[in-house]
Design a protein around this ligand. Sequence first.
Ligand SMILES: Nc1ncnc2c1ncn2[C@@H]1O[C@H](COP(=O)(O)OP(=O)(O)OP(=O)(O)O)[C@@H](O)[C@H]1O
Length: 276
Amino acid sequence: MAVSPVEIRAGVLAFGNRTLWSGLDLEVEPGEFLAVLGPNGSGKTSLLKVLLGLQRLSGGSVRIVGRAPGSANARIGYIPQQRAMQDGLMLRGVDLVGLGLDGHRWGTGLFGIRERRRRVAEAIEAVGAGAYANAPVGRLSGGEQQRLRVAQALVGEPDVLFCDEPLLSLDIAHQRAVSELIDRRRREAGTAVLFVTHELNPVLSYVDRVLYLVNGQFRIGKPDDVMNSKTLSELYRAKVEVLRIGGQIHIAGARSAVCEDEPHHLDDHEYQHQRV
Ligand SMILES: Nc1ncnc2c1ncn2[C@@H]1O[C@H](COP(=O)(O)OP(=O)(O)OP(=O)(O)O)[C@@H](O)[C@H]1O
């Protein structure tokens, strides 16, 4: 039987007496696109850290391509939560993207160097970053830096791709381009994708399943099985209404219970308009 790219059994993560989640059983299939949602502080980034081997589980077990996280057998792509790079950082975009190839061996000969350059150029082209790839990354805009991070995560042809809010600070056109790139990667190469986001709609058509974390509780299932009024009201322990408008999901009501910064949430005023 094929080894699952990502497998968590009875996972528990607690800090002090605060349990972020427990009893988490999660298996992500090759080529699957899993969106991870939840309000601030619900443990989304911590989950990615567990999967990267940067954070130990408090209980249960985790395997990445059959091994402990952090071991070198799997090719992992990681788009970290965005932090502005230092102004004075002189590293160029091509160098940043090239770091995603470290650990790949094509030999040190001319072929190896050429192949490396070719792959870096291809990854830069794919995110539309060619115009500034030779500039120091510290001088680039947030969105330009983000596109280079995406190229860095994809250049190594990962088996598993962990994305932490990868669309932040991208304009709509580049949100679409990056989402399509990630989707193509998982379709063509079977890369398993874990995609942490506050905004589901830009990737809704690609998402196979959703993991929704709230206050130590969670639900996993197809978008329609999780993103509905009943399930979210149970999770938030408050009345939450989920509306499907024009193929998009919007959440209304119980604003105080639902994370304020989730862009797919309508405010009550907007909601009233939608109902008339
Ligand atoms: N090493 C740690 N020690 C103690 N508490 C921690 C540690 N790491 C994370 N936390 C806490 O765990 C909670 C979850 O953090 P995490 O970054 O996983 O949330 P998140 O769901 O990604 O939130 P956001 O949407 O704001 O990015 C936060 O309250 C955070 O302060």
